[in-house]
Design a protein around this ligand. Sequence first.
Ligand code: CLF
Ligand code: SF4
Length: 500
Amino acid sequence: MSPQGLVVPEAPARKIIPLAVAGSAAPRAGGCGTATKGGCGSGSSAGLPQHVRDRVHDHPCYSAEAHHHFARMHVAVAPGCNIQCNYCNRKYDCANESRPGVVSEKLTPELAAKKVLAVAAQIPQLSVVGVAGPGDALANPEKTFRTFELIREAAPDIRLCLSTNGLALPDHVERIKALGVDHVTITINMIDPEVGAQIYPWIFFDHKRRRGLEAARILHERQMLGLEMLVAADVLVKVNSVMIPGINDRHLVEVNEAVKSRGAFLHNIMPLISDPAHGTHFGLTGQRGPSPAELKALQDACEGDMQLMRHCRQCRADAVGMLGEDRGAEFTSQNIDAIAAGVDAARMTESRAAYRSFVERERADQNAAADAAKAQVCMTAETRLVAVATKGSGRINQHFGHAEEFQVYEISAAGAKFVGHRKVSLYCQGGYEDDEAMPGIVEALAGCGAVFVAKIGHCPRKDLAAAGIAAVEDYAHEYIEASLIDWFAKSVANAATIAA
Ligand code: CLF
Ligand code: SF4
């Protein structure tokens, strides 16, 4: 795709969408309304006031539905940090490691703005640019805010996003608001300093290094104050929490209550990533992360009248692309000058607007299709967990062997709810099949009764069947939600017929 010649993708043909519905589906702001109730589930914007829906509609992190269609990028302009977390070790030049805090190169604000133009020229799905490290965005306020100013000038339609540990937040709320940064994430792992002291060995505050309970107490107070100030300023706040078994896992239910009562919009509970090779305190001391089942149980316990994010990919601080993919290596300081030089910024803005209109129609169509499929499901208390291979756009459009992760949905009479993703090793390695990858893939799909794919070979299909997982190709390139509900309705009906 040429930088100047962005192409809005055409939707492939659909099989299971009633013509009357597809033909009449008008784009709906928010893209959900009743259509997504019980649908996308976590992060769904159903039930939100219209003005809030408009603000999350194309943000891939704040809306689970949007993450099928829109991309984010991080610009690594904030190297320093004002606290130490026991799960963090900021490394550079590590292109293969995907976890927060890791970047391949740090950027100046000027280079960051150029990189945004270069990325936007190649990725029309780009809707948001965030500063998320590799240190703390607000421990480097001048670099962070200068970056936002430059991006705002260069690409005013792209949303600005910021992630912080919250220590310096109360000092910067006014500037955040003035710059039009509408989405702020605060990482809050505790509200009890006794718990905090096990996570944070020190903070640097008011010109002094502080340790232990004092450090955790100050951090907690500043986080709560910053959250309240942002909410009062009408900035949307997401809270990220790292689930650390044995330290804050149970406590996160209280954290959820505390942030919800202060007006946080979304809670993202993420698993601790812990590996001795990362050189973090928790990695070196053998602190384990939670299992997918433990994480889901905690997320379920916290899911009430507050939105829960379940589609986080714990991105690098220089991640680029759709969530779950990272195209950062395509944009280095060596080539962004060349790409950005040929960019017509006004034309790029038009291309993004055209892409948004396309997605608007596509989402309305998907929601209508899911509603129509739901009408087939008779009352049943059954639920099924299934996995989906997708490259994005809300469709089952990836070959089994090309999947590096599967999206997991829970299907019930209420609809198909996205509940997480499972990472796997590639089965197809450039033309040959890697049989050694299969046991790991089967293990990752534990609990799933079926895997929906665009295509799958005979051997992996057999291996999956032996593990009790059906490979389903019948819905190749169809919408995910509508297909899963349709399949569920048919399998429930079949089971009822057999039982009769
Ligand atoms: Fe980046 Fe974070 Fe903004 Fe998203 S990420 S600053 S809110 S644009 Fe998103 Fe990445 Fe999870 Fe963060 S998937 S780690 S939640
Ligand atoms: Fe690392 Fe972020 Fe914690 Fe700072 S706040 S130590 S950058 S994880």
